[in-house]
Design a protein around this ligand. Structure first.
Ligand code: PGA
Length: 263
């Protein structure tokens, strides 16, 4: 059985000592479960100190971005090669990178390839904007984002891939998608992968939902068909909320209803 993946994307928040404190709190509040993988994606600067602080049975690390060349004259960049001892995952193509930093399909494709070349699992983010959804373009947008990102990827690699469906209109807005919208997107993404790599490979790809996830909404997504975990932004900076989300993931996996759902 695939592990449920709960990823906390801290974005550009927390300096080194604040990050260390948050990890300390998470360490106290999150139990190690064999079937739940908890991944922390702090700012780049925090990866090295946190890699010394964490117990890797409890938490894995992810970078939020990296540059696709392995080394060279690229002032200001950090490569996947430099990260490969520190992290298991790198978030690639987050909508903030696509929209604020103008990352193109080609950039994202090169990053996915660089991740695999350096034995790092990419968490590829895809998702439509509000206008694209209203214009009926969601299928096309997801198709284009998935297909272009995987141009250089083999079947063995794609089976390890994680794809986060993050509708842009739900990120940081409190305007959360419904579980059935997430299910539908997961189905579209899996179909796109099946067309390229076959159904067996598509079955193995882990699909996450991301966008304003809180402890109140986490359970609904985790019970949705085709959703194997969550990419959590804002709520991952609050140790109580993030620990609750991990606890909910455990309960969903084991068919135990959560306290807040009994009310
Ligand atoms: P959010 O962010 O949970 O704050 O909406 C999710 C993300 O951007 O990955």
């Amino acid at each position: 059985m695939q592990k449920t993946l709960i990823v906390g994307n801290w974005k550009m928040n927390l300096n080194v000592s604040q990050a260390s404190l948050l990890v300390h709190r998470l360490h106290e509040n999150i139990k190690i479960h064999r079937d739940i993988e908890v991944v922390l994606a702090p700012p780049m600067l925090n990866l090295q100190p946190l890699s010394l602080q964490i117990d890797r049975r409890q938490f894995k690390l992810a970078a939020q971005n990296a540059y696709h060349k392995d080394e060279g004259a690229y002032t200001g960049e950090v490569s996947f090669t430099m990260l490969h001892d520190l992290v298991h995952f790198v978030i690639v193509g987050h909508s903030e990178r696509r929209h604020i930093f103008d990352e193109s399909f080609d950039d994202i494709c090169a990053k996915v390839a660089a991740a695999f070349r350096n034995n790092i699992i990419p968490i590829l983010c895809v998702g439509e904007t509000k206008t694209e959804r209203l214009d009926g373009l969601m299928n096309q947008v997801l198709h284009d984002q998935v297909v272009t990102a995987l141009a250089n990827i083999t079947t063995t690699e794609v089976e390890k891939l994680v794809i986060a469906y993050e509708p842009v209109w739900a990120i940081g807005t409190g305007d959360v998608a419904t579980p059935s919208q997430a299910e539908k997107a997961a189905r579209i993404i899996k179909n796109n992968i099946a067309e390229l790599y076959g159904h067996d490979a598509a079955d193995k790809v882990t699909i996450l939902y991301g966008g304003s996830v809180t402890p109140d909404t986490a359970g609904g997504f985790l019970r949705s068909k085709g959703i194997g975990g969550l990419l959590v932004g804002g709520a991952s900076l609050n140790y109580r909320q993030f620990s609750d989300i991990v606890d909910i993931a455990y309960r969903v996996k084991h068919g135990i209803r959560h306290e807040r759902e009994r009310k």
